[in-house]
Design a protein around this ligand. Sequence first.
Ligand code: PEP
Ligand code: MN
Length: 371
Amino acid sequence: MIIVMKADTQPDSPELAQVIARAEGFPGVRTEVHRIEGSTRSVTEIYLLGSTGVVPTEPFEEFTSVERVVRVTEKFRSIGRHDAHLQAVGFDYNGIRFSQETLHVFPGVCAVDEPANLEATFAALKDNGVETSRAGVYKPRTSPYDFQGLGAACLPWVFELAGQHGIQVIAMEVCDRRHIDEILAALETTGQPTGVMLQIGTRNTQNFELLRAAGQQAELPVLFKRGMGITLEESLNACEYVASEGQPKVVFCLRGVKTHLGNPHRNLVDFAHVPVVRAQTRLPVCIDPSHSVGRMRHAPDGLPEVFHATGQGIVVGASMVLVDFHPDPATALCDGPQALTLDQLPRLQRYIGEMRRAYQACVEDFGATES
Ligand code: PEP
Ligand code: MN
């Protein structure tokens, strides 16, 4: 059961304490308080855990401080919408708002290599008004003989360069609890010049210890990538590990699924799942067209296939786009063949803008009447 408190109930308020005391008065019931910070309002929710089956809702509905009581019947207790009874409230991080209604593009390098390449990338982002990027430093590679990423040693200069170019959030993959600690330490020693969204890659989707570790820290939001070879439901369950540990700032990312039926693309594009994830969960949904398509080809109409795949996610309501760029894809140490070049950034932004307008017009035209 989830008790949603009225907007702006403070965590230390007597009203909250009263409701918790009432809940914990039922045998075998314990509570957890989750607070979701929004830009205009904050929502406090009390999760009732344990033997909640026989707990009635009425005693809680009587409190004037309670907005609603939701009986959770589904398994996605933390991330779920629970038959639309709960709102997708979103979250703020480092001055940027993430929700199912916002849209942010994260162009950047698959893997950090030379400082000059990263500087050129961040400079292009700045010139085009982009404050969000991606940069991999811990790379889980298929072969142990391939470039594994520069690791913790590059973090200070990566963060400093980001700060110099006004980058507020970098999506950065972590493969181990230790990586999270290294990122937090480097942000601290460099004076927090930027922010990091911890990326859980598709190869670690069911690394439950890593998911728990990402959920146990409160500082950094988490970008969870769906498993490439498991069902959507299994991925949502895995994602629930992060949120159930206490970190509600999670974005769910679609990145294609592995099947030879996706040939000649690297993965089969699964962006039709954007509205499905939005309906089932409260999470903003990201798409990664680069790792889905996996190559840089142009269609006969002149648009790169990566653009077309991006459009497929934007027109169905994606909130975030992770997209690979490199100043010189031919020399990139990881995934160069799928990277866009920096001169293509303004075109991609214009293209995304058109697709977003189409999506919003469709929601206005059909959203209210269709169900
Ligand atoms: C990445 O984004 O760099 C990456 C490795 O993606 P995925 O985990 O989706 O393969
Ligand atoms: Mn990659």
